[in-house]
Each structure stands twice: as C-alpha cells, then as structure tokens.
Design a binder for this molecule. Structure first.
Ligand code: SF4
Length: 102
C-alpha cells in the first residue's frame, strides 16, 4: 500500500521524467542513409563512403562540417541540416547538396 508521503515524494520524480522526455523528443532525429532525401542526395555519414561514380561532385575534404547548411559548430559531431528536412547529419558526412560555408 502506498502511503500519502510516498505518493507525494514520487510526484517531483515523475515531473522530472516527463520534462526529460519532452527535451529529448524536441531534439531532431538523426538522418538515416536510407531516408528518401538522404538516398536521393547520396548522403553518407562518412564522406569517404560516397558513391563517387554516381555523385561525381564529391571532392575529398568536403563534408557536412564545412558545408553552409550545417547548423552546428564545426566541432559538433551532429547538427541539423535543412536540405534533408532538418534532421541531424554527421559532421564527417556529405551529400550532393554540399555548398561551401562562407
Ligand atoms: S547539405 Fe551539407 S550539411 Fe547537409 S547533408 Fe549535405 S553536405 Fe551535409
């Protein structure tokens, strides 16, 4: 049987758990290479794995971290990217929408 004191003590913990769940769900999801937008743009989490026969615009050294669409700091491992629907992309990734950060 739950005493009133035990029940009241549980409320702040439940509130914190809900707040944590809201915070994590508000964060964008990581882009999957199999996503439609990613596949059509040849996105890879690791730029060295880009299919260069299909995506000839890839040049070694280009990656999400030095792309103008990368919404994080260059030191962030993952950040949102508008051309792929605002999902998180890997700093070491690349896709055909790459444009030099100015
Ligand atoms: S647009 Fe730029 S930041 Fe976004 S996935 Fe392509 S290369 Fe990465």
């Amino acid at each position: 049987m739950t005493s009133r004191r035990t029940f009241l003590a549980a409320i702040p913990a439940a509130t914190l758990a809900l707040a944590a769940a809201r915070t994590s769900s508000a964060q964008a999801a990581k882009l999957e290479e199999s996503d439609t937008a990613a596949a059509s743009l040849g996105y890879k989490h690791d730029a060295s794995k880009v299919d260069t026969k299909k995506f000839a615009t890839y040049v070694t050294g280009r990656n999400c971290a030095n792309c103008q669409f990368y919404q994080g700091k260059a030191t962030d491992a993952w950040a949102a990217c508008a051309p792929v629907g605002g999902k998180l992309v890997n700093a070491k990734g690349w896709c055909a929408a790459w444009a030099k950060k100015t």
